[in-house]
Design a protein around this ligand. Structure first.
Ligand code: PMP
Length: 403
């Protein structure tokens, strides 16, 4: 069994805020001491730029930076470190694929399929690529429970479909999409698939080869690593065929005024000075995650999510948004006659940190005809007392507004 109390001790922030129920993990997770120490150590004892220096510090920094590719490959079951591209986050990874992989092969009349529950980061880059080329964005509909319509998806795929881009776990509804099946359906028609793993990477084991996914993207900061760094996994053949996305230092092999020869992937996608300390910190986050049993993580989050849903559904005037049987510990809700921001503000007074708003998923808000939700999202260091603290505080807010 996962021991959240013990895990919590590894996160210095909770020593400073022992009473805090930090339930905003879908926005960003807290950082374990091992990650913080790794970054501090790098700046104190190892700082240098990578790839060009021949002195000790530069060689060591380069080795550390490159070694993280292998760690990340191990975490997600990627075949080779060369299939791991460093980015600045999920958003950057999706933009890279939309512009470098998709756009050159997109023509007027072609189609790109996304789902109704995409984060704006997995919507706008495809929408822009479609607008620039005259292609059409198709959207998989969803039910009132927040479940994608598989039949509609199946019917949507056609010889005109150039790409499918899907969120693995909805950051607003907590729904876990059946991506294995959805990838396989797309592949039956040779359509490449990108999966947005921003919310799944810290919740489940991921095996990109078993999924046979073409691209898988995520952010370091949602998996106990630093901000400013993320990962794009891409199949080797795709990456090799993709032109660079941004141009400048470190992504070249040879430069003259007439012509430039670019470096191979993944370096050709890493222009300029990358977030070196961030990458090295991400390596420590991967090491940390690898000390935990992924099945136990999944079980723990399932328990917290179910408990939170049950507790919240019992509160009068409170509606949980999204009710998929396959869901993780991300729970959105609205309280009758109280604005989601007011709910979040009152919760903050009771030491419960949550997020309120549209969560970068405005189409979901339009679908449910609401301005926003309040969202509680859990992680490995959250315990049952935090679910109770949330529910108790919500009951008080409900009572306060009803008298
Ligand atoms: N996709 C999903 C599902 C997310 O939850 C988020 C972050 N809220 C993103 C994409 C964007 O991640 P980032 O801001 O780290 O690029």
């Amino acid at each position: 069994m996962l021991d959240p109390a013990k895990i919590r001790q590894q996160f210095p922030i909770f020593a400073h805020y022992p009473q805090l129920a930090y339930l905003d993990n879908a926005a960003t997770t807290q950082k374990p001491k091992a990650v913080i120490d790794t970054i501090t150590n790098f700046y104190e004892k190892g700082n240098a730029n990578i790839h060009r220096g021949v002195y000790g510090l530069a060689v060591q920094a380069t080795q550390q930076y490159e070694a993280v590719r292998q760690k990340v490959a191990g975490l997600i079951g990627a075949p080779k470190p060369g299939t791991i591209v460093y980015t600045t986050g999920t958003t950057a990874g999706i933009n890279l694929v939309a512009q470098s992989f998709l756009e050159p092969r997109l023509q007027a009349g072609d189609e790109v399929v996304i789902s109704f529950m995409e984060h704006h980061a997995n919507l706008i880059p495809w929408q822009m690529a479609c607008k620039r080329t005259g292609a059409k964005l198709r959207v998989i509909p969803m039910s009132q429970d927040g479940i994608l319509d598989r039949e509609a998806y199946r019917n949507m795929l056609s010889p005109r479909t150039r790409m499918v881009a899907l969120v693995h776990v909805s950051n607003t509804l907590g729904t876990i999409n059946p991506i294995e099946e959805m990838i396989s359906l797309a592949h039956q028609q040779s359509i490449p698939v990108l999966v947005d793993g921003a919310q799944s990477i810290a919740h489940f084991p991921i095996d990109v080869q078993a999924l046979d996914v073409d691209f898988f993207v995520f952010s370091g900061h949602k998996m106990f690593g630093p901000t400013g760094v993320g990962i794009l996994y891409g199949k080797e053949a795709h990456l090799a065929a993709m032109p660079p996305y941004q141009f400048g230092g470190d992504m070249i092999r040879d430069v003259a005024f007439e012509e430039t020869i670019f470096a191979e992937a993944p370096q050709r996608f890493e222009a300029g000075t990358m977030p070196i300390a961030g990458v090295i910190g991400l390596g420590a986050a991967v090491d940390f995650l690898q000390t935990l049993d992924k099945t136990e993580i999944r079980q723990h989050l399932k328990q917290l999510g179910q408990a939170a849903r049950e507790e919240l559904q019992r509160i009068e005037g409170l509606r949980v948004i999204g009710n998929a049987a396959q869901a993780t510990a991300i729970v959105s809700f609205v309280m009758e006659n109280v604005h989601p921001h007011d709910v979040a503000t009152f919760l903050a007074e009771d030491q419960v940190a949550v997020r309120a708003g549209h969560h970068c998923t405005q189409p979901i808000m339009d679908f449910f005809e609401i301005a926003g939700t309040t969202r509680a999202s859990f992680s490995i260091y959250n315990e049952m007392w935090e679910v109770e603290q949330l529910a108790r505080s919500l009951k008080n807010i409900q009572h306060f507004f009803s008298v």
